[in-house]
Ligand binder design. Sequence first.
Ligand SMILES: [Zn+2]
Length: 315
Amino acid sequence: MTDDLPMKTKEIEGAVYLCEWSKDGKKFQIRVRDNTKWSVEGTSFEEAEARLLEIMNEATGDMQPCFEYRPEPPKGVIQKRFEGPGIVVVSGANDPLDFAGDPAELFVGGICPVCKKGIGKRTKIPLIVRQLPRASDGATVRIRVSSPFVSFAIPIYSSQFIESLNPQERRHFEWLPVVSLTKAKTPFSEPISTPLVPMVMPKGLFNEKDRLQPDGFCCENCGRKELAGIPQGGGGIYTFVSEAALPQPLPSCFQVGQTGSLELCMPRKRWDELVGKPGTRRLMSRQVGVVKRSWVNPNPNLEVLPKQTSNCGSK
Ligand SMILES: [Zn+2]
C-alpha cells in the first residue's frame, strides 16, 4: 500500500468509464467516450454491454469496470415504474476506505451495541482514513463496528466535487473535512444535512411467499428503524423514497435517508450538467426509486432486534 504500483493496480480495478449508447434499427451500440477502440454492438442493450465487458476485461485486466451511461440506459419495468421526477444518488465507485478512528466518537450517543449503528446526531469528530483516493472525486468510508463483518459506510467527496456545485447547493450542507493520515493532494469532506426525506419500502416488489429476508430492522435498544441496503425485488434500485413526501420544487442537491446512512442525491437533469466535468472523476449515479403514495408500504416487515441481555454480547 505504501509504494506506487499496488495503488495504481488497485485503481484500475473497478474504473469508471463514461459510455454513450444508441440504437440503430435493431442494433444497440455502446461506445466508451474516451476510447474509440472500445465500441460494441448487440441485438439488445444487455448483449452489447456483455461484449463491452469482455473486451474491457481483455484490454485492461479489469474484471469489474463500471459504466456510466449518457444517455441513461434503457429502463426495465421496475425502473420505469419508479421513475418519478428522475432522481439519482451520486457517489464514489469502488473506493472503500477504512475508518481509522473510534466509531463511538462519531455519534453523540455512541454506537448501539445491538444494531451496531450510530445513535443520535453526527458529532463534529472528523472521519479519519489512512489515505485518500488520488484519482476519484468520491469514495466511501467504511466504519467497522465490533467485527470485520459488521460495518456501515459514509460517502465523502473531493474539494473539486464541492467546487463543481453552485453556492446555493454547497451551502445546503455542512462539509466536515476528512482527516488523512498520509499527505493528500485533494482534501475530501463528508456532507451533512437534514435529510430531505427518509427511505421507504414499496409494496408489491415480490410475492410474500417468496420472501428471502426482512425489509429491514427495528432496534429495541436505540429505536432505530432501517431498511435493508438491497431491497428484495428492487430491480437494482437500492434507495426508494415517497413521491408524496418530496417538496416542490425539488432542491438541486440534497440528502435522503437518516443520520449514519445519508445518500447524496440530485435530480438527474442536474447530474447530467455535471457529469464528465472536473470534480466528477469516478463518480457513479444510480436511480432513486420514487414511490407513489398508494405504493408505499406503511408497515414494512422489520426484524425486531431485542435489547441485549448480559450473556449474548458478540464482540
Ligand atoms: Zn440499535
